[in-house]
Design a protein around this ligand. Structure first.
Ligand code: HEC
Ligand code: HEC
Length: 396
């Protein structure tokens, strides 16, 4: 019921701000600011973007379904740098264990994602006091995951499974030892296995599914996609005290629209150095995984229909050796990670899946496994060539 109220509210009021911005933009045609919608959208889609933005920034409460355990109260509490819809330095914690090498997600103890907040702690006697989750002592794998930016991901959502499968085959045909694989994941909407592309391990097949997954796992909002509440620390008996046990929402259509329509990060200024740097990036094999150009397939949204885009990723899994986080998600192994897209890299302040790197040099140095050969070629560059490559990365 609350969702319906939100939808009605959005259509009427707050979109005017966006419409006004769009009008200002079209009169002087300034460069698109990061965090805005794709330029030139027709009015109904601009409205859909604004509606979705409201849901994305909406602060959930116990009454609207927050919790019992959760990480933050809205999507934008994590996805906010350098603008709403971006990434962020908020890490989440995941745990699991291996027994004789066999991966165990420890679901019975609340794995793999820790929800580090819980409702009922603010003195409201009508809400049962739940306990935030912690990492159980029996976990053998404990990893951090950094919040990734969402700019431009509509293009990725509409890239076909067939194209990603063909890209993996083309990489294998190169025979240079850096062939990626598609992650085969459970698509809850189609009820089949389809190609994953979102998340650090490409473990989620679509933005719609990611939205309902994040609703449930980061905020405790159940939906038709994921109707069952997370059991706090795996203890399902605790759910008897859940103040909002009904479906909290239907499906996150407006979140999906928002992410579809969120523009790709605009390219930063280029220079003679950055242009030379891009050539070096290619020569030393970075493009073996950080594929400069991909195409979307057909989409009902004209702005996403058969478009060429430059994410600098193949959205495939690569064996990264010790840089892997040891989790298994979808069909990925512990060592495999998705090639991190590099568009918008200039807006990022901490790098790699756990944010361990604070400089681009450190991020490159940490490439192992299939990434080791091009990493070594980077290390062997002259200082001048290195600087040019870095200036290319900073232009993204
Ligand atoms: C507590 C912080 C947090 C909240 C709240 C949160 N996210 Fe995220 N988000 C993350 C992290 C961390 C990742 C990386 C996930 C991974 O692969 O482990 C992520 C990844 C994503 C991705 C994948 C992007 C990519 O690079 O493939 C999407 C899409 C996404 N989030 C959407 C949402 C939406 C929609 C909401 C609100 C319903 C939301 N997130 C709420 C932290 C958060
Ligand atoms: C074998 C595939 C592969 C090759 C080759 C490769 N990378 Fe990567 N790159 C990855 C993966 C996978 C990640 C994400 C690692 C993680 O999970 O932390 C990544 C992450 C990065 C990041 C951090 C991005 C972020 O958002 O945190 C940078 C910067 C980067 N690569 C630059 C380079 C450069 C420069 C080269 C060439 C010297 C290169 N990469 C070669 C696969 C590759």
């Amino acid at each position: 019921m609350r969702r319906l109220a939100v939808v009605l509210f959005c259509v009427v009021v707050p979109l005017t701000a966006y419409a006004q911005q769009a009008r200002r933009r079209s009169s002087v045609a300034p460069p698109l600011e990061v965090g805005g919608p794709i330029q030139g959208l027709p009015a109904p889609l601009l409205t859909a973007f604004g509606t979705g933005l409201l849901t994305f920034t909406f602060d959930e409460t116990p009454a609207t379904g927050l919790g019992p355990v959760y990480n933050e109260t809205s999507c934008s509490k994590c996805h906010n740098a350098p603008a709403v819809g971006g990434g962020g330095t908020r890490n989440v914690t995941r745990f699991a264990r291996r027994i004789n090498g066999v991966f165990d997600p420890m679901t019975d103890l609340g794995g793999t994602l820790v929800q580090d907040h819980a409702i009922g702690g603010d003195g409201d006697p009508s809400v049962h006091r739940f306990t935030p989750e912690t990492v159980p002592a029996s976990a053998t794998i404990v990893v951090q995951r950094r919040t990734t930016p969402l700019f431009g991901l509509g293009l990725v959502d509409f890239t076909t499974d067939a194209d990603l499968i063909a890209l993996a085959a083309a990489e294998a045909a190169r025979g240079d030892g850096v062939a990626g694989r598609v992650n085969i994941t459970d698509n809850i909407r189609t009820g089949t296995k389809t190609v994953g592309r979102f998340g650090w391990k490409a473990q989620v097949p679509s933005l719609g599914q990611f939205a309902s997954d994040a609703w449930l796992n980061e905020m405790g909002i159940t939906s038709l996609d994921f109707p069952k509440e997370n059991c706090p620390q795996g203890n399902c008996a605790e759910l008897a005290f859940n103040p909002a046990p009904h479906f909290n929402a239907l499906t996150p259509v407006d979140l999906q629209n928002y992410m579809w329509l969120l523009a790709a990060p605009p390219r930063g200024p280029q220079s003679a150095d950055s242009l030379e740097g891009e050539q070096i990036f290619q020569n030393i094999g970075c493009t073996g995984c950080h594929t400069p150009t991909l195409n979307s397939g057909s989409s009902p949204i004209a702005a996403l229909d058969h478009k060429t885009y430059h994410a600098y990723s193949d959205f495939l899994l690569h064996d990264m050796g010790s840089l892997g986080d040891d989790l298994e998600m979808g069909s990925s192994t512990g060592r495999e990670m998705r090639t991190a897209p590099l568009w918008g890299l200039r807006f990022i302040t901490r790098y790699l899946h756990d944010g361990r790197a604070t400089t681009l040099d450190q991020a490159i140095a940490a490439h192992e496994g299939q990434g080791a050969a091009s990493r070594d070629r980077f290390t062997a560059l002259t200082a001048d060539a290195k600087n040019k490559l870095l200036s290319f990365l900073r232009s993204l």
